[in-house]
Design a protein around this ligand. Structure first.
Ligand code: PLP
Length: 466
């Protein structure tokens, strides 16, 4: 058995190394039709053991064709969920040890490495030292956690004890904030209607004067404003809310100020980008996802909170079976979030930060931003295309100067080709294509190739209209 395992590890690690070299040869978007994978899977599992060779052969022939290759350098859609060699190596080690780091005692290294790595990241992101960091699975969880802690703090921990009693709480975010904020409002029992969405200007930034007006209206009608999310890099266009203005209102009305920097927060590592984040230091909590633009395999979301005591008070419970001799003289991260069990995610961050070094990480981010600047300039120069949103980071929003339907057709044709993958959104009522230059190994030749293909199909579509 042991020898079989060793042989299987060789096979898998060879495949992993080859995948890194050959990922460009796969179609970016999986080409399988709905139901194709399912039709190749037996209705019942085998009663007897199967050889790993057989399992692995099926993995290659059934599963891989049904994979959309998020690590393909021409995956330009959504936001990347980028991986990297050090992160993959860490995942292999994490899986092999099967660490569950809920308490300090269940793996002291998992807890203590997380403490140190989160201090490193806090400083790298230039977040004030009053903040403490903890790793969560996703930005959605981080935002939910922030909303729950804020709710408890404002009600003096009443709802944790008694449940809701005709609550009057109300929260705010912009119309462009990610759907995870609304989901959090549903999950925590606030109710979607008690999350007010503040209109944005043409650059998709929250209108702070309307926020002020909403808060005043709510106070006058007996409601209790308690939470505001400002976004540093919206999902549609990476717009940045006026964090400074929001922080002033948050102070004035005593609201918890949460900053969703899930994607663009990685850019806080670049001193030249800090100017965009004026006001972030006034936040109560901040979320940044290394599993998006910091080369750390999904999942890994870093959550920074100013009032760590309120967080722990909100979530801690200590049944007999979880008591350990160290008690609360050590950090027990099980008390810092939704789940009890915790993956050993800090190992990935540790490997990634050491493998690239701060200089290497900054260089990669800057290269991505520079390439997206280039792409933007090509779009500006093209007679049939237009840039559709202000670019702050490495997302370029653009459109063919034609109808929404033609733009959707352009995107669909490109995606079906398998050569590249884009996604779309709507800005100011119009369909816009999004191209994020953020893959770990994306190079200039990839954006050149993509732009050539986009231009060619765009021109054919325009000619067909004419
Ligand atoms: N916030 C923003 C701004 C996002 O763009 C996203 C996802 O793209 C999220 C939150 C949700 O991230 P997660 O998948 O980690 O929950």
């Amino acid at each position: 058995m042991q020898d079989d395992y060793k042989a299987a590890i060789q096979l898998v690690s060879q495949w992993i190394a080859d995948y890194q070299d050959t990922v460009e040869s796969y179609p970016v978007l999986s080409q399988v039709k709905p139901g194709k994978v399912l039709s190749q899977l037996p209705l019942q599992p085998h009663r007897t053991s199967e050889s790993f060779e057989k399992i692995f052969t099926d993995f290659k022939s059934i599963i891989v064709p049904g994979i959309t290759h998020w690590q393909h350098p021409q995956f330009f859609g959504y936001f990347p969920a980028n991986s990297s060699p050090p992160s993959v190596l860490a995942e292999m080690l994490i899986a092999s040890m099967g660490v569950q780091g809920m308490s300090w005692a269940t793996s002291p290294a998992a807890t203590e490495l997380e403490i140190r790595v989160m201090e490193w990241l806090r400083d790298l992101f230039d977040i004030p030292s009053q903040f403490t960091g903890v790793i969560q699975d996703s930005a959605s969880s981080s935002t939910t956690i922030a909303m729950i802690v804020a709710r408890e703090k404002i009600t003096d921990f009443y709802i944790n004890e008694n449940g809701y009693m005709n609550h009057q709480l109300v929260a705010y975010c912009s119309e462009e904030a990610h759907s995870s904020v609304e989901k959090a409002a549903k999950i925590i029992g606030l109710g979607r209607k008690n999350l007010r969405k503040v209109p944005v200007n043409e650059q998709q930034e929250m209108d702070v004067s309307i926020l002020d007006q909403f808060i005043q209206e709510d106070i006058q009608s007996g409601k209790k404003p308690f939470f505001i999310t400002g976004v540093f890099g919206t999902t549609s266009s990476t717009a940045v809310d006026p964090l400074k203005g929001i922080s002033v209102l948050a102070k004035k009305y005593q609201l918890w100020f949460h900053v969703d920097a899930a994607y663009a927060g990685a850019a806080l590592m670049l001193p030249e980008m800090r100017v965009l984040a004026d006001g972030i230091n006034e936040a109560d909590s901040i979320v940044i996802n290394p599993h998006k633009w910091l080369f750390t395999t999904f999942d890994c979301s870093t959550f920074f909170i100013r009032d760590k005591e309120a967080l722990v008070r909100t979530f801690s419970l200590l049944p007999e079976y979880l008591k350990t001799p160290e008690g609360d003289s050590v950090t027990n991260f099980r008390d810092w979030g939704l789940g009890l069990g915790r993956r050993f995610r800090s190992l990935k961050l540790w490997f990634v930060i050491r493998w690239y070094g701060i200089d290497g990480l900054q260089k990669k981010l800057r290269t991505h931003i520079e390439m997206s600047q280039k792409l933007e300039s090509w779009i500006h120069e093209h007679p049939h295309f237009e840039v559709a949103a202000q670019r702050h980071f490495n997302l370029v929003c653009f459109r063919l100067k034609a109808s929404d339907a033609i733009n959707m057709q352009l995107m669909q044709t490109l995606n079906e080709s398998g050569h590249l993958f884009l996604t779309h959104t709507k800005l100011n009522g119009k369909v816009v294509l999004r191209m994020v230059v953020g893959q770990t190994d994306v190079q200039e030749r990839h954006i050149e190739d993509a732009w050539l293909r986009i231009g060619k199909i765009g021109e054919i579509l325009i000619q067909n209209i004419g």
